[in-house]
Design a protein around this ligand. Structure first.
Ligand code: UT7
Length: 323
């Protein structure tokens, strides 16, 4: 059986760090409120002229270097983003050009904060069906461009960044002992789009628009949906949740991470958290957290790692990987 193994990781954050205290000079908020309600201490924000593809290319170069793979060995580039450089072409094609990859295909996946998990499902299926052998999957966002900087209920939550992985086809036995993606579960419910959306777009307002969110409602659904997708992924593999070594969640709010861990009796020490440093970087948050825990040596070969996310749409899902 063909398994998609992650053979390299890379992360990139823009240089500028914006603290809660700095935001408190722009809108009616405080460091204390933001820390208590979200766990966020700071976020990285792009400078003028810096684009999603700039972050993505840097993270991708790092992932390719880590994997020991040349861009021309890639068959496919998938970019998960909700903040593309332009409405079209896909940001993935800008990444392709700048990496110097002159064959294969490149396209974007749009599932907002769940984009990296949806991208994992796409990459894994391309690999398992033999349509691609080596795939670059990038989650990259400049969420700061979608903020209404006068809306304190949203502008304190988000940040910019990019994370990338290289996936490659390897032969497995078809058991849970195989290294690679064991399964990915993805879901959406379009009836709830009004709870988290952008109030603009080419075919509606012909503007980019700003992010709007009913935070409390999203919070409530987040814990429920994320928990359900973790259970579904563990059950599909026949693995008890207690045997999973690391949980790498989408980093929206520390209270969502804590609530999910409590609900599923997960040891908080197994949950990788970067929300304090990065804020919510949408599709970039899972690969940024993953790269952090790989780089600092927490995630080791053979570990069971569960990635999960929830975002606008609503969309949500989980991916279980033997590292
Ligand atoms: O990535 C996609 C998924 N997104 C999420 O998962 C986000 C989910 N939601 C959340 O993380 C939380 O709901 C928030 C962090 C957005 C809000 O936290 P909350 O505990 O649900 O607060 P709230 O919306 O109920 O607001 C409580 C109070 C309100 O004041 P009143 O009505 O009680 O007087 C807000 O106006 O806090 C006020 N408030 C603020 N105060 C200071 C809202 N934002 C701020 C702020 N600073 N930035």
């Amino acid at each position: 059986m063909i398994r998609s193994q992650i053979i390299g990781c890379g992360a990139y954050l823009p240089e500028t760090v914006v603290t809660n205290a700095e935001l408190a000079t722009r809108v009616d908020t405080s460091d204390e409120w933001i820390r208590e309600r979200t766990g966020i201490h700071q976020r990285h924000i792009v400078k003028d002229g810096e684009k999603t593809s700039d972050l993505a290319v840097e993270a991708s170069r790092r992932a390719l270097r880590d994997a020991g793979v040349d861009a021309n060995e890639l068959d496919l580039i998938i970019c998960a983003t909700t903040t593309p450089d332009q409405t079209f072409p896909a940001t993935a094609t800008a990444i392709q050009a700048r990496l110097g990859m002159t064959h294969g295909a490149a396209f974007d996946v749009q599932a907002v904060c769940s984009g990296f998990i949806f991208g994992m499902a796409v990459a894994d299926n391309f690999i398992k069906t033999g349509m691609a052998k080596t795939v670059l999957l990038v989650g990259a966002e400049t969420m700061s461009r979608l903020m209404d900087w006068n809306d304190r209920t949203t502008c304190v939550l988000f940040g910019d960044g990019a994370g990338a992985v290289v996936l490659q086809a390897h032969e497995g036995e078809g058991t849970n002992a195989d290294r690679g993606v064991l399964n990915t579960k993805i879901y959406s419910d379009g009836r709830l789009s009004h709870l988290l959306y952008v109030d603009g777009g080419p075919s509606s307002t012909q503007t980019t628009g700003h992010l709007r969110m009913e935070g409390k409602e999203v919070f409530r659904h987040a814990v429920t949906n994320i928990s359900a997708s973790i259970v579904a992924s563990a059950e599909a593999a026949g693995i008890p949740i207690s045997e999973i070594d690391w949980f790498v969640p989408h980093q929206a709010n520390q209270r969502i991470l804590d609530g999910t861990a409590r609900k599923l009796h997960i040891d908080p020490a197994k949950v990788v958290t970067t929300v304090a440093q990065h804020g919510n970087t949408s599709a970039a948050s899972v690969p940024l957290a993953l790269c952090t825990a790989v780089a600092d040596g927490r995630i080791k070969r053979g570990d069971l790692v569960l990635l999960e996310a929830m975002g606008g749409g609503f969309t949500w899902g989980a991916s279980l990987i033997r590292w």
